[in-house]
Design a protein around this ligand. Structure first.
Ligand SMILES: NC(=O)c1ccc[n+]([C@@H]2O[C@H](COP(=O)([O-])OP(=O)(O)OC[C@H]3O[C@@H](n4cnc5c(N)ncnc54)[C@H](OP(=O)(O)O)[C@@H]3O)[C@@H](O)[C@H]2O)c1
Length: 224
């Protein structure tokens, strides 16, 4: 339980810093859960969603959420959307079967990298990237190769802090049913936030399934 208390203290200290955050691709499955958690935990003083379309967020809880709609093909024209955020979460992505090989590379590499560049120029200190288990720029599989490539290229931007999350296949099954190969969305999201509130000297953090489960357990040590 000492772990839970320590986390609550970290969260409180973090809130007092009045940081701002942006979420890239907030309409996605993961980011919708991330947004909800961010608002419930009240960790940031300003929350901005950056995406290609405006989301309908009618509930009272979302009333202070800012939305920036951008054209990812002309991101330089939208540099102002990326300015002034302390922390960024990137969960933008598509699938080859949806967008074709070229479209997949365009979104998962080009859009992500350009967004990261603009965020860095805009003052972002801590960039969080959703990657994937097995990401490897020398992989023969396009998906893993592109994920590995974008991880490496974002690293070159030298954020003060860069956290890469490499979950396995996200599962909507209850946490107790999942194995080391699979991580439910809520587990990844809680892990990302539990990590973000912890001060770190490491410039780069690589968080695999086990690290994600361990981080998530910090808010409930009784979780398996
Ligand atoms: N789901 C998994 O099992 C899993 C596992 C490991 C890693 N990942 C990775 O984690 C990331 C997010 O996963 P997710 O399941 O949350 O994805 P998702 O639900 O498909 O959401 C993807 C986000 O990217 C945006 N996007 C897609 N194509 C776009 C385009 N051409 N232009 C602009 N925006 C575009 C979507 O916007 P719209 O809503 O407008 O389409 C949405 O906001 C992906 O990179 C994925 O590869 C996923």
């Amino acid at each position: 339980m000492a772990e839970t208390e320590a986390l609550l203290k970290l969260q409180e200290e973090f809130r007092m810093q009045n940081k701002s955050v942006f979420i890239l691709g907030a309409s996605g499955e993961t980011n919708r859960v991330l947004l909800k958690e961010i608002l419930e935990q009240g960790l940031f003083s300003k929350v901005t969603l950056i995406g290609r379309r405006k989301l309908t967020l009618d509930e009272e809880a979302y009333k202070n959420v800012n939305q920036e709609v951008v054209d990812f093909e002309k991101l330089d024209d939208y540099a102002s959307a990326f300015q002034g955020h302390d922390v960024g979460f990137c969960c933008l992505g598509t699938a080859r079967k949806k967008a074709g090989a070229e479209g997949f590379v365009r979104v998962d590499c080009d859009y992500v990298l350009k967004s990261a560049e603009l965020a860095k120029s805009g003052g972002c200190k801590h960039f969080n990237l959703f990657s994937s288990k097995g990401a490897d720029k020398s992989s023969n599989f396009l998906y893993l190769q592109v994920k590995g490539e974008v991880e490496a290229r974002v690293e070159e931007l030298k954020f003060d802090r860069y956290s890469i999350f490499r979950p396995g296949f996200f599962s909507s099954l209850p946490e107790s049913w999942t194995s080391g190969h699979s991580v439910p969305v809520i587990t990844v999201v809680r892990a990302m936030l539990n990590n973000a509130v912890r001060p770190s000297d490491a410039k780069k953090e690589l968080l695999d399934n086990k690290a994600i489960h361990d981080l998530r357990r910090a808010d409930d040590p009784l979780k398996p």
